[in-house]
Every structure is written in structure tokens, then in C-alpha cells.
Ligand binder design. Structure first.
Ligand code: ZN
Length: 381
């Protein structure tokens, strides 16, 4: 079969132990751990050196190795979940941003960010459970660990100087609405002005049923663990281009930088509602589709999270239908395709069909969801 299987063949104990684990998700985790340990315990250079004598060949070989050698991650790619390697850290260097001044309901930050607090309203305190990617019970937290980006889908007027009065009136009634609903932590209006509505220490009702995963944690119901930032903008199903103004993009970059600096939020956990929204009643991904495609990650100094396999599918077993592809757009569709390939790959390693593996993931999601509800941090849609 593949390298893992051949590897395991030489280790009958591992195979036997794996055979005792009925749940395919747990079995795959066990195989991954064992296979990784075995792979990394063999120094690669030593085994290659055997084939690269005499010394001249060795020198040529070393140069070649330096230029072309796959990293350890690539070497292990067959036995370790590829998505667990796909979290480059180069987008994670964020300069320190500090509060310079706060007066008259207006905050000014060292990176140029200004936050208007006039529409601020409190809500229940932030408190959540996250689950170790390697399995195990939920771990409690209180600090925001990610950001979900939204669009408000509110009425709009043409972005023109003649429309100034109308644009201002629409923006203010939107803020009153968001305040009543405690719908987001932050709103960025059409002119790029940043409003704090629900303070970061409190939960905003922005993400409903939602899931995300990084290389360490599984996140369920992101209202509790992620901040919600919404752009005053609307989207169409399948839309591929961002429609926000330059001013909105600049403000969003500064706001994101400040929040990432203050709460040590990783770029991988800055995502869009379309990427995380799910419907547990029919196990379909993509319930809400704002920013399903077209979010300008790079303008905000973030990694392009559309380029990752969609966690809703490969980590939680959610499914996609025709509406998902119609409304989600090309980027989300590509992300879903990568996730389906990953799931098929994992199922093969676990020795079960993709259908059986998906069922096991769904079962695990429901168990986590009930743990979240039991902990009292459930959030209604
Ligand atoms: Zn949304």
C-alpha cells in the first residue's frame, strides 16, 4: 500500500495495537503518532550517506541535498496529516501596538488605529472550551484566540460624495441595530471608521454554529473563542471580488494588527464566516456565506486561509451540497476539494471507507458539541 503500511508491517506491535482501536479517528491518531516517532528517529543523512560514497559524490550529494532536500515535514507528509503542517509562521510576526490615548470615547493606537466607543454595550463574559487536535477533553479559556470576519448585509447607497448624508444615516442606524443585537465586537463603516460595539472580554452573537481547527486545537461555536469584526458591506452568492473600500481595508489591517498584538492571535485563526459556518441539524457546511470567497487576506497582512483545506470537512465531518458550491464561490470550493482529498487520505490510513471515517468525525463533533453545551458556553444560532 503506502509508506505507512510498509512501515507498520515491520512493527507488528503497532499494527496489533491499532487493530484494537475500534474508532477510526482514534486509530489514525495512534498510527500517526507511532509512524512519526519512527520516521524522525532515523537520521536521514546517515542512511543517504551509504549511497553517496566516494567522497566526491558525497560532496555533490550534500549540495544537492541542501538545495533540493524536502523538509522533515515533507518527509513525514505521508504519515502525518498534511494540514497539520500547513501553518507557516511567517505571517505571525506582529509589531507591538499600544494604546496612545483614550478620551471622549475615542481611542488612538500607536499604529494609527482609532476606535470609536460611542456605541459600546456589554454582554456576557467570554468563556469557552477548546479541544486538543490530538484528542482528549475540552480545555477552558477566556481570552479571544481568533477573529471571524463578516459583512453586515445592510442597506447601502452608492459610495459617492453626493450620498454623504444618506451614507452616514444608514451607517448610524446599522450601529444602533448591531448594538441592540450585540451582533459583533467591531464594525468598520463605509468610511473605514472602526466602532467597538461589544468589548473584547464579552461574547458577541456573530458566528452561530461554527467550527475551525489549527494544528493544535479544534474550535466549536466561535462566538465564545473568536472576536467578530464586520464590514458595512454586502455580498452576492458566489462573489469572488472584495467590495470594501480602500479605507475599510486600511482600517481593518490596523484593527487586526492591534488585536493580534494584544491577544497573541495567530494568522491561521483569522477566518471568514463563510469558512466556519455550519448547520449541525443536517451536517452541511456553509450555512452563512459572507466572505465565503473574496476576502482580501493579504491586504490585512494575513495568511490566505482559503488556501487551506476546510476544517469543517476534514476535522468535523461536515458535508457539502450544490448550494454550498453555488453560494460559496471558487475559493471555498477549492478549499472544500482539498479537504475531501485529505479526508479520503486519512480514511485510507485509518483503514476504513471515507464514509465510515466521516461518520466517526461527525460522532466526535457531536460529543464535543455536547461537552460545550454541558459546560454552559453554548450559543444559540
Ligand atoms: Zn457573518
Amino acid at each position: 500500500m503506502d509508506r505507512l503500511r510498509r512501515h507498520i508491517k515491520r512493527r507488528p506491535n503497532v499494527d496489533w495495537h491499532a487493530g484494537q482501536i475500534a474508532d477510526p479517528v482514534s486509530r489514525l491518531r495512534f498510527l500517526r503518532e507511532r509512524a512519526t516517532v519512527t520516521d524522525t528517529s532515523i537520521p536521514r543523512q546517515r542512511s543517504l550517506a551509504r549511497y553517496l560514497v566516494p567522497p566526491v559524490l558525497l560532496a555533490v550529494g550534500l549540495v544537492f541535498l541542501l538545495l533540493h532536500s524536502p523538509s522533515r515535514a515533507t518527509v513525514n507528509a505521508i504519515v502525518v496529516h498534511p494540514a497539520w503542517h500547513a501553518f507557516p509562521e511567517h505571517h505571525d510576526r506582529v509589531p507591538e501596538v499600544w494604546l496612545v490615548e483614550s478620551s471622549g470615547g475615542l481611542e488612538t493606537y500607536s499604529n494609527g488605529l482609532r476606535i470609536d466607543d460611542r456605541f459600546q454595550v456589554s454582554n456576557r463574559p467570554r468563556s469557552y472550551l477548546v479541544f486538543p487536535a490530538g484528542g482528549g477533553a475540552g480545555v477552558a479559556g477566556r481570552e479571544p484566540v481568533g477573529i471571524v470576519f463578516h459583512t453586515t448585509e445592510s442597506p447601502s447607497a452608492p459610495f459617492e460624495a453626493e450620498q454623504n448624508r444618506t451614507l452616514r444615516r444608514i451607517g448610524e442606524s446599522l450601529l444602533e441595530y448591531v448594538k441592540r443585537q450585540r451582533a459583533y465586537n467591531f464594525v468598520i463603516d463605509r468610511f473605514g471608521r472602526v466602532y467597538r460595539v461589544v468589548p473584547e472580554g464579552d461574547v458577541a452573537n456573530h458566528a452561530g454554529y461554527s467550527v475551525w481547527a489549527d494544528d493544535q486545537w479544534l474550535y466549536i461555536n466561535l462566538n465564545q473563542s473568536f472576536l467578530g469584526i464586520s464590514f458595512e458591506a454586502d455580498t452576492e452568492p458566489g462573489q469572488e471580488q472584495s467590495r470594501i473600500s480602500e479605507g475599510q481595508a486600511r482600517s481593518a489591517a490596523m484593527l487586526t494588527e492591534m488585536l493580534r498584538s494584544r491577544y497573541k492571535i495567530r494568522a491561521v485563526n483569522c477566518v471568514t464566516h463563510g469558512q466556519v459556518s455550519v448547520n449541525p441539524s443536517n451536517m452541511q457546511a456553509g450555512y452563512h456565506t459572507d466572505w465565503a470567497s473574496g476576502f482580501p487576506f493579504h491586504s490585512l497582512g494575513l495568511a490566505d486561509n482559503y488556501a487551506r483545506p476546510l476544517p469543517a470537512l476534514w476535522a468535523f465531518g461536515f458535508e457539502t451540497d450544490a448550494a454550498f458550491y453555488r453560494n460559496g464561490g471558487i475559493r471555498l470550493a477549492a478549499s472544500a476539494k482539498m479537504a475531501e482529498d485529505l479526508l479520503a487520505h486519512d480514511a485510507r490510513l485509518a483503514g476504513v471507507s471515507p464514509q465510515a471515517y466521516r461518520k466517526a468525525l461527525q460522532k466526535q463533533y457531536r460529543e464535543h458539541l455536547s461537552e460545550v453545551r454541558h459546560a454552559g458556553s453554548e450559543d444559540a444560532e
